[in-house]
Design a protein around this ligand. Structure first.
Ligand code: ADP
Length: 541
């Protein structure tokens, strides 16, 4: 649009000589002057020139011109001035009708048309404002609906997490019983045929437990409930452990399983050892599972990016079955297996790589796979890490203590098991008694407090969390309030597997945490660890 001129913008009138009135005045004056001049020239020619007549005629010239000028001002300039004022007002945003002079001519008609235009503009401006208000109202309503939906989704998510915690509790408690009982029966050397059947049952129980753990892990990651630890740890030891735990399966499949950790990987790195272990274990177990009579190699290198960020390059390569090209893009999705025969032939749930991918991603890493059918698969993982400047904060591993010395130590120690579930009581008691510990049982927190009150000399408390009467967290808080029990180790033993449970137990004053179902060797290791390894030295010969 063309910019208004300076004069228009200021709403200024035209200069005095350029106004319509001046122009009409000059035009009329020239015309009448020409008539007067003709008359006077004629008088001069006839020798009848009269000065008085000439003066009179000049006065008439001025009067006529002045009258015409005034008439012009009234007829044209004023109505046009009003119109101009109206236009300026409209331009300044005031959509009000302009004053129109009732001259009954084209100028009045122009003024009326202009007023109709202003009315139309005012109407459309009102409509636009109404539409705007309507839109704002709708946006507000939508926002309120979305906020409501978000609150609903968050509540549903919380309900899902709580449901998972409960399912985990409900499923792990009986699993604890099943696995513990099977362990106990097998430890009593049953006849060979029965032992084989029991071992099959034990394998099934462990794979059910693995599946349960995988589903819980995935749900925890999805609910954003998986928090990462940042502690110094030795990656080489983790790699070695993962390789060792896959060796039996590798041996079964005639697979040569090896690892190479490059010298530039620092001894101690800062990260989440548990999650890195989980990633390595998942990748190695797949590599070994899908390879028959071949090899599997785990390589770990360290790289430094241009921005100075350090990352681990983890490569797991095998010479196994490979993955069909069409399936390769989907192997990191949940419940995806290369084809229907995989689960029949190799077992598995199709969750391992989905969990691995999520675990890599929450650590800001990347994962990808390359594979050739019949020739093998290579999985590449990149994980950022930091170099540790301090010593490892992981709990020191117990030195291998001869069994008989531990039994000697165990004879000295008294353990209070606070647990409401009879099967769990039986399993844990049997495992610990077998080692030589003296066991006392309490069915709930209240009973535990009264046993601690009445009987002196407990060395450790194994505490269930969810119990009737008084739960494990509250019981622990009450124990910690008493100065005399400040040094008493309390280890949580709970089927609560959700994230944050460990923190809740520690906050309540517990020293450690074992999640159910408790594996006998893990239970014994943890108990031995809390019963102070120095005692072991004290009773040593
Ligand atoms: P599963 O529990 O079935 O092993 P994963 O999520 O770990 O589930 O793997 C998904 C699928 O990807 C597997 O079923 C298999 O078809 C394929 N796959 C994963 N790793 C390998 C491998 N190293 N070699 C061949 N196939 C593999």
């Amino acid at each position: 649009m063309q910019e208004p001129s300076k004069d228009e913008a200021a709403g200024v009138r035209p200069g005095a000589l350029r106004s319509l009135a001046s122009k009409f005045f000059l035009f009329t004056a020239i015309l009448v002057f020409w008539v007067v001049a003709t008359i006077l020239t004629y008088d001069l020619r006839q020798d009848s020139f009269d000065v008085g007549k000439a003066l009179l005629l000049f006065v008439i010239v001025i009067l006529v011109s002045g009258a015409i000028s005034r008439f012009t001002i009234r007829l044209l300039a004023r109505p046009l001035g009003l119109l101009q004022a109206g236009i300026t007002a409209v331009r300044n945003g005031r959509l009000e009708p302009v004053r129109v002079s009732k001259t009954g001519d084209e100028i009045e008609f122009l003024g009326e048309s202009f007023n109709r235009m202003i009315e139309a503009l005012a109407n459309s401006r009102r409509e636009i404002r109404e539409q705007q208000e309507l839109h704002e109202l709708r946006i507000k309503e939508r926002t309120a609906q979305l906020e409501e939906a978000l609150r609903g989704a968050q509540a549903a998510n919380r309900a899902k997490s709580a449901f998972l915690a409960n399912v985990s509790h409900e499923l792990r408690t009986p699993m604890n019983g099943v696995i513990g009982m099977l362990d106990m029966v097998l430890a009593n050397h049953p006849p060979l045929d029965q032992a084989e059947e029991l071992q099959t049952a034990q394998r099934c129980a462990y794979s059910l437990l693995a599946l349960l753990n995988e589903i819980l892990d995935l749900a925890k990651i999805e609910a954003g409930k998986m928090t990462l630890e940042k502690i110094p740890f030795g990656l080489r030891a983790t790699v070695e452990d993962c390789i060792q735990s896959q060796q039996p399966k590798a041996f079964q499949n005639d697979v040569i399983l090896s690892s190479e950790v490059s010298p530039d990987v620092p001894e101690q790195i800062v990260g989440d050892p548990l999650r890195i272990r989980q990633i390595l274990s998942n990748l190695l177990s797949n590599a070994v599972k899908f390879t028959k009579d071949g090899s599997t190699l785990l390589r770990v290198n360290s790289q430094c990016s241009d921005s100075g960020e350090l990352s681990l390059q983890i490569v797991v390569e095998d010479t196994g079955a490979g993955i069909p090209a069409g399936q390769l893009p989907f192997i990191f999705d949940e419940f995806t297996q290369a084809d229907g025969s995989v689960s029949r032939k190799y077992g598995g749930t199709g969750l391992g790589l989905a969990i691995t991918r999520r675990l890599v991603e929450i650590q800001r890493g990347q994962i990808r796979a390359e594979s050739e059918l019949g020739r093998g698969t290579t999985i590449y993982v990149t994980l950022p890490y930091e170099v540790s400047l301090e010593e490892s904060s992981q709990a020191p591993m117990l030195e291998a203590v001869p069994e008989e010395r531990l039994t000697g130590l165990a004879n000295l120690a008294r353990i209070l098991i606070v647990e409401d579930n009879l099967v769990n009581q039986k399993v844990v008691t049997a495992v610990l008694r077998k080692r030589g510990y003296t066991i006392e049982l309490a069915n709930d927190g209240m009973e535990a407090l009264s046993k601690l009150e009445k009987q002196e000399g407990f060395d450790l408390v194994l505490m269930d969390v969810q119990m009737p009467v008084l739960d494990g967290l509250e019981t622990t808080r009450r124990i910690r309030q008493e100065k005399r029990w400040h040094g008493l180790p309390i280890v949580a033993m709970t089927a609560h597997a959700m994230n944050g449970d460990r923190e809740r137990c520690l906050e309540a004053g517990m020293n450690g945490y074992i999640s159910k179902p408790v594996h006998p060797s893990h239970l014994l290791n943890t108990v031995d660890e809390y019963l102070n390894p120095r005692d072991v030295a004290a009773i040593a010969p």
